[in-house]
Design a binder for this molecule. Structure first.
Ligand code: HEC
Length: 254
C-alpha cells in the first residue's frame, strides 16, 4: 500500500529533524536550536513545494485534513483535534512568556581582583610593589607636586572627562549611553578604596583588561596604554585623587 502523502510529509520532516540533531547526539557537538529551527523551516517549505507541485499531489496531501474537517463520520476525532491543538498552542505560548524566578544574571564585580603583574610600555609591572613615582613629592617637593597635579588635570580634561565627568562624578556627557556606567571618583567607593597600582592597571588596560568576572558587561573604559605615556597616566592619577580629596590606599593602612 502506498503511504498517504500526509504521513510521507511527517516522516520526511522528522527524518530531516533527526539528521540535524545527529551531530549533537553522536558527536556531542549540537547545532544550535535556533539554526535547526531555520533549517527546518526551509526543509518543510521545500517538501510542501514538491508535494504540491501537481494538483493531484496537493489533493492527496490535504485530503485527510479536509476529511477531518468535513467528514461527518470523523466527528469524534475532529472534536478531539480541535480541543488538543489550542492546548498545545497554549502550552508553548505559556512556556515562552512564563516569568522566571531566577535572579537576572549580573555577576559584574566593580573591583575585580587585579592580575599580579601587567605588561605595558615594554616593561613588566609588579602590581604588589608598584607605586606612583610622583607620590613622594607631595611631602618632599610640594611645589613640584602641585605642578604635576595640574598637568594631570590637563590630561584628565583632554581624555577622561567625556565619560567620568567634569566634576569627576561619573556623569560625563557620554555617560548616559554607556553600560556599565563610568565610575565616579568622588566619594569613598571607588579610588578611595584602591591602591594607585590598581588604578594604574585599570587606566592602562581599561575595559579590555578586565578579568572574566567583569563580564558579561562590556566596559567602554579605554586601554590608555595606547594613547597616554606612563608618565601621563601617573599624573592623571595624581589629579583624580587630589581633586576629589581622596587618599590612595597603601599597604601600611588597613
Ligand atoms: C569612553 C568612556 C571613558 C573614558 C574616556 C574614560 N573612562 Fe575610565 N571608565 C569608564 C567606564 C565605563 C568605567 C567603569 C567600567 C570599568 O570599570 O571598566 C571606567 C572605569 C575607570 C576606573 C576604575 C575605577 C574603579 O574604581 O575601579 C578608572 C581608575 C578610570 N576609569 C580612569 C580613567 C581615566 C584616568 C581616564 C582618562 C585617561 C578615563 N578613565 C577615561 C569609561 C571611560
Amino acid at each position: 500500500m502506498k503511504m498517504p502523502k500526509i504521513i510521507q510529509f511527517i516522516v520526511l520532516s522528522l527524518l530531516a529533524y533527526l539528521f540535524f540533531k545527529a551531530p549533537g547526539f553522536l558527536l556531542g557537538k549540537p547545532i544550535p536550536e535556533s539554526l535547526i529551527f531555520m533549517y527546518m523551516f526551509f526543509v518543510v517549505i521545500t517538501i510542501l513545494l514538491v508535494m504540491t507541485s501537481t494538483e493531484k499531489g496537493t489533493k492527496e496531501l490535504f485530503s485527510p485534513i479536509r476529511a477531518l474537517v468535513e467528514d461527518p463520520s470523523k466527528r469524534l476525532i475532529r472534536n478531539v483535534v480541535f480541543a488538543v491543538l489550542p492546548l498545545i498552542a497554549i502550552y508553548f505560548t505559556y512556556n515562552a512568556v512564563k516569568p522566571s524566578l531566577e535572579p537576572p544574571v549580573e555577576l559584574r564585580a566593580t573591583h575585580p581582583a587585579p592580575p599580579a603583574t601587567i605588561k605595558a610600555y615594554d616593561k613588566t609591572f609588579d602590581l604588589a610593589t608598584l607605586e606612583n613615582p610622583y607620590r613622594r613629592l607631595e611631602k618632599e617637593d610640594p611645589a613640584q607636586f602641585r605642578q604635576f597635579v595640574g598637568e594631570g588635570g590637563v590630561i584628565y580634561f583632554r581624555n577622561c572627562f567625556y565619560c567620568h565627568g567634569d566634576k569627576l562624578d561619573g556623569k560625563g556627557h557620554y555617560a548616559q549611553g554607556l553600560n556599565p556606567l563610568p565610575l565616579p571618583f568622588q566619594g569613598k567607593d571607588t579610588i578611595a578604596q584602591l591602591q594607585e597600582s590598581y588604578v594604574f592597571w585599570r587606566v592602562v588596560k581599561g575595559g579590555p583588561g578586565l578579568p572574566k568576572e567583569g563580564s558579561p558587561a562590556i566596559s567602554s573604559m579605554p586601554a590608555w596604554e595606547n594613547m597616554l605615556t606612563e608618565d601621563e597616566v601617573w599624573k592623571a592619577i595624581l589629579f583624580i585623587y587630589d581633586y576629589t580629596g581622596n587618599v590612595p590606599r597603601s599597604w601600611g593602612k588597613k
